[in-house]
Structures are given as structure tokens and as C-alpha cells.
Design a protein. Structure first.
Length: 361
């Protein structure tokens, strides 16, 4: 099977490829990689991708000409579109034209809503699902308004983009002013009440009107956390694979509301991110219309959403279309880094190993 994966300069597309090549029961895939940057490492990872291509950005006038030619000439059967801007471009194309190959995409209405965190927050603000928030432009003059609305401690970040773009915990107005100045490429910010609890993710795979698969995890630490003032880079280095049916129920409730609000079909892959308050109540911080970088860790633990996606798009007759929440062994954690496969182990084993190192320097 010939599968196109776009944006391979980022960790998420490479993680998707790893989930297929390393953890899927059927590894008979030819993977075709694209990226807009000729220096993207994924273009040269021959253990993952059989063929690689440099393509124009999704907003380029000749994007579709190049992509259609690539897909036609290489007999591509399935495309996995992962950069957000490219997802939106494919969703637009789906609205007006036939797509050049099979692809799992949300409807444009819900994609447009979710890629803008301020719009999503505004829609959900009266439902006690999102934390109290305040959206503002970098030119906003009365910054004191934000402190009046949210108090002294709040979290600020870009309204769009990934990897914790523009994110920092703010304690005073001078910190906020300085943070705005050192992020010149961010025009729209969203400030939200600071939530000190767990950082959770709920994966939701919808297909043709129904929820098919789901699973949960906790992000604990991040790769290269020291290079980011917030400590968040968007790439989890240490996390936990969780069995949280209540969180799945909350995610279903939210997604049902958003599907109804936008008129979108229940279709596509979503990652619903939560942060808990001091009492353990989860609030949604964002919803991604795609896989995220540790999708390979889910696959290593038995929840291979990449393989599920391919089976659904290939209309495999033996695929179970009944809903399933993936369940993991208790106490299961993952460790990962940029250039390594993830390691899964029991957290109690990690603690025991750490204790031995501490007592035997």
C-alpha cells in the first residue's frame, strides 16, 4: 500500500510513520514523505520513508498542481495530512472538489474553529468546559484588564500554532509586556486561568458519523524543556498511558456539542487536551484536528491509531467498527526523545531503578 505523509520535518508525521513501520501488525507499506523545507530530517530517513519530495507550502498557488501530480504519478492510495495549515487547505478542497486520494479529514467548519484556540474558547466559555480566558492582540493597550479578569497568575500563549508557541505563566504586568515583545511573530494571544493539575490528552477517532476508538494519556515532562521559558515544547519526554473512561465521556460530551454547533459530520481524528485545576477538575485547553507527536507511544502500548486510520480508509472488512476505549496495563509509562524509539515500562520499576541509582552513586 502506498501512503503519503506530509510535513515530515515535524515530529508528529515521523511518529505516525514509526507507528506503522515499527508497531503495526502489517508492515507492508510504501511511505512517501513531503515537506516544504529541503533540510527537514524526515526527508532523509530511509528507514521510515521510501520516497521523499520537497513541495510548495499549502498556501502556494501551485500547491495542488504539485501534489496532484505526485499522487497520480506514484499511485498514492492514502494521504495522511498532519500540519494544521495543510489540513485546513485539504478541508477547503474537500468542500468544492474531489480529493486526489483517500484521506481522513474533519469538515472545514470544525477545523476552522479548532485551529483557532480563541474561537474555540469563545464557543465553549459558557459550558464550564474551558478555563476563564481573555483573548487579545499584541497591540492591546489596557493589559491590566487581563489581570482584572483572571487574577495574578495566568497562562498566556498564541491563539494558533503548536509546541507551546508563545506560552508562559505570567505573574505581573511587566512580565506580560516583555513576553509580548520577545514574541514578535505572535499577533494574537490568549490568556487563561492557570491550572496546576495534570496535563491530559484524549485521542478521538471518528469515522462516518460515529466514534470508533479512544485512549488517554498524561504529559508529564517535555523534550528540551530547558530551552522554553514555559518548560513546554509540545514534545512529551515522559508520560503515562491512562485508563480514564470519565475523561473520554467528557471529551465525547464536548465533541458532540462542537459537531452540533458547527454542523460538522462526526469524522476525523482529534486530540482533546485537558489541564486539571487544584481540585482535579479537567478543563479543555485546546483540541487538535490531528495526531500529536507521541502517537507512536500509544502504538507501542497497543493503541495504534495510525494503523486504525489506514484500516478504516482501506475499508478492511474485518475491522471492528464498534466503539473501543483502549485500555493499558496499570502503571504504564513512556519515555521518548527526538531520535529514539519510545521506551515503555512500569512506573514502579522506574522508581525502583531511580532509587538504586540514588543509593549507589
Amino acid at each position: 500500500m502506498k501512503i503519503l505523509i506530509t510535513g515530515v520535518g515535524g515530529p508528529t508525521p515521523r511518529s505516525f510513520a514509526i507507528a506503522l513501520k515499527k508497531y503495526a501488525p502489517n508492515k507492508n507499506y510504501q511511505l512517501y514523505a513531503t515537506d516544504i523545507n529541503p533540510l527537514s530530517i524526515g526527508l532523509y530517513q530511509k528507514d521510515l520513508f521510501d520516497y521523499s519530495f520537497v513541495v510548495p507550502p499549502a498556501n502556494s498557488p501551485n500547491y495542488w498542481e504539485v501534489m496532484e501530480k505526485l499522487i497520480l504519478e506514484n499511485n498514492i492510495e492514502i494521504a495522511i495530512i498532519l500540519p494544521e495549515l495543510e489540513i485546513v487547505e485539504w478541508c477547503k478542497r474537500k468542500e468544492t472538489n474531489e480529493l486526489p486520494c483517500k484521506v481522513l479529514l474533519p469538515d472545514l467548519s470544525i477545523a476552522n474553529l479548532l485551529v483557532d484556540k480563541s474561537k474555540m474558547t469563545e464557543v465553549l466559555k459558557d459550558s464550564d468546559i474551558v478555563p476563564p480566558s481573555f483573548s487579545f492582540h499584541r497591540s492591546h493597550q489596557n493589559l491590566a484588564e487581563i489581570f482584572e479578569a483572571l487574577g495574578a497568575d495566568f497562562w498566556v500563549r498564541s491563539t494558533s500554532g503548536t509546541s507551546g508557541l508563545g506560552s508562559l505563566k505570567i505573574k505581573d504586568i511587566d512580565s506580560l509586556k516583555n513576553w509580548i515583545q520577545i514574541n514578535p511573530n505572535v499577533n494574537e494571544f490568549i490568556a487563561s486561568k492557570f491550572l496546576p493539575g495534570r496535563n491530559l490528552a484524549c485521542k478521538m477517532l471518528y469515522y462516518n458519523g460515529k466514534l470508533i476508538r479512544s485512549a488517554c494519556a498524561e504529559r508529564v515532562n517535555y523534550i528540551m524543556a530547558k530551552v522554553s521559558p514555559s518548560g513546554i515544547t509540545g514534545n512529551t519526554s515522559f508520560g503515562r498511558l491512562l485508563n480514564e473512561p470519565k475523561l473520554v465521556s467528557e471529551a465525547i460530551r464536548t465533541m458532540d456539542f462542537l459537531f452540533q454547533y458547527t454542523g460538522a459530520k462526526r469524522h476525523g481524528f482529534y486530540t482533546v487536551d485537558y489541564k486539571e485545576d487544584e481540585n482535579g477538575k479537567p478543563y479543555i485547553t485546546e483540541i487538535n484536528v490531528r495526531h500529536v507527536a507521541f502517537t507512536q507511544c500509544f502504538a507501542a502500548g497497543g493503541a495504534n491509531f495510525a494503523f486504525d486510520t489506514i484500516q478504516l480508509l482501506n475499508e478492511e472488512s474485518d475491522f471492528d467498527l464498534n466503539f473501543k476505549m483502549y485500555e493499558f496495563e496499570k502503571d504504564l509509562i513512556f519515555l521518548r526523545d527526538v531520535d529514539s524509539l519510545p521506551i515503555l515500562m512500569k512506573e514502579t520499576d522506574l522508581i525502583n531503578l531511580f532509587s538504586k541509582v540514588e543509593t549507589n552513586p
